[in-house]
Design a protein around this ligand. Structure first.
Ligand code: NDP
Length: 359
């Protein structure tokens, strides 16, 4: 019975998250991406943080009432992963197959998708924002269950690193869902289609793989790391967050109110008369200092488990390197095409791609 229930668990959770997203109050927001046919900016109804909070309360309530053990998602993790894998695959087939080809080979279409920005009811549910919401909330539930498992099995001998790592991941999820509006201005939303990469990526990969640091260490004993080791991991995470959140916010404000200072930094930009690019603050350090921030945050999460000698927690920051370094190349090509000579000027002004003074 447990394998079947475990397999069905993500299906039930995804259905509950979808219902919460649909029925809980939300803010209507005009986004950055224009409809490919009408040219009008797309509208979105966003309520990610509220859905997250209600989901966590439900998780606590079910545990408290002893209807579902706090560590259920840990106990059934492999079955649950198999269920999520199946949902991700079925969703990807469903969102790609019935729609006209983009002219690329079938496998490219399947992987990258055919539809640009599918929405239901004029944006009440936007496929991309829904996918990110499901991934983020399910990740958080896995994090709670995995650290809950550690507490239940180790009691007083539990490792503070597990709770620190869980707290940092929780912060990461809250941060993402608190700034959903800012993420409407990011690459996935304006440059990608919905296929296996985004569909399977958010329904399967994101909620399970992002928990790999905890998955691989919650059964281990307390490594007895000195407090400064944990403090160092937390500081690394915080430094990364400042780069990632700071750069994203500075660009967001620049796009909506080009004159508005951010953290006291007055925006400096270069322009060709039609378009402009920021050249100071975070965007003067490197052309993608936010990617560096994301990688540092992931290192902080891996290190905070207290097991720097085990490979598994490091898979998380390594994945970011594999994702974001090629993405920087793609974005560079896209921006060179969009901004023309201005992009060349920007590259002369801001020399480093990701890591200031190094790369
Ligand atoms: P960016 O936020 O760096 O956005 C790149 C775009 O910003 C460009 O295409 C261009 O778009 C615009 N831009 C570039 N340079 C400038 C400039 N100097 N001035 C003004 N606009 C500029 O990258 P992403 O969208 O890839 O990433 C967004 C965030 O999401 C990052 O923090 C990233 O690390 C994070 N991320 C997180 C992931 C996760 O799993 N946690 C996965 C992937 C990304 P335009 O045409 O609009 O000008």
């Amino acid at each position: 019975m447990t394998p079947i229930l475990g397999f069905l668990t993500p299906l039930i959770i995804y259905a509950v998250i979808t219902a919460l997203h649909y029925f809980l109050p939300g803010r209507w927001i005009t986004g950055y991406v224009a409809h490919s046919e009408t040219g009008e900016l797309l509208r979105y109804r966003l309520n990610g943080r509220l859905v997250l909070i209600v989901s966590i309360v439900l998780w606590f309530a079910l545990g408290y009432l002893e209807w579902v053990p706090y560590d259920w998602l840990y106990t059934v993790r492999w079955y649950s992963l198999a269920g999520a894998f199946t949902i991700g695959l079925v969703f990807s087939l469903w969102i790609v197959l019935p729609h006209p080809s983009t002219g690329k080979p079938f496998l490219a279409d399947f992987f990258l998708g055919r539809l640009e920005n599918p929405q239901l009811q004029g944006g009440r549910i936007d496929a991309k924002m829904w996918l990110y919401l499901i991934g983020a909330v399910m990740l958080e539930l896995n994090v709670l269950a995995f650290s809950g498992h550690h507490h239940m099995t180790h009691g007083d001998a539990a490792s503070p690193g597990i709770f620190l790592s869980a707290a940092l991941l929780t912060y990461f999820v809250f941060d993402y869902l608190s700034f959903e509006r800012v993420h409407l201005y990011t690459y996935d939303i304006f440059a990608e289609r919905v296929g296996f990469k985004l569909g399977w990526g958010c329904l399967t990969f994101y909620p399970y793989f992002y928990a790999v640091a905890l998955w691989s260490t919650v059964d281990l004993p307390d490594p007895n790391i000195p407090a400064w080791g944990y403090a160092g991991a937390a500081i690394l995470f915080l430094a990364g967050w400042i780069f990632a959140r700071g750069a994203n916010m500075q660009k967001f404000f620049f796009k909506i109110q080009p004159e508005r200072p951010f953290l006291g930094i007055r925006p400096e930009s270069i322009s060709d008369g039609k378009r402009s690019l920021l050249v100071n603050g975070f965007w003067g350090l490197s052309r993608h200092v936010n990617y560096l921030g994301e990688i540092l945050m992931a290192c902080g999460i891996a290190l905070s488990t207290g097991y720097p000698g085990i490979i598994w927690p490091w898979l998380y920051p390594l994945y970011y390197v594999a994702l974001l370094f090629p993405r920087q190349f793609d974005d560079d090509k896209r921006c060179a095409a969009k901004y023309g000579a201005l992009w060349g000027e920007y590259k002369k002004r801001v020399k480093y791609k990701i890591i200031p003074f190094l790369y």
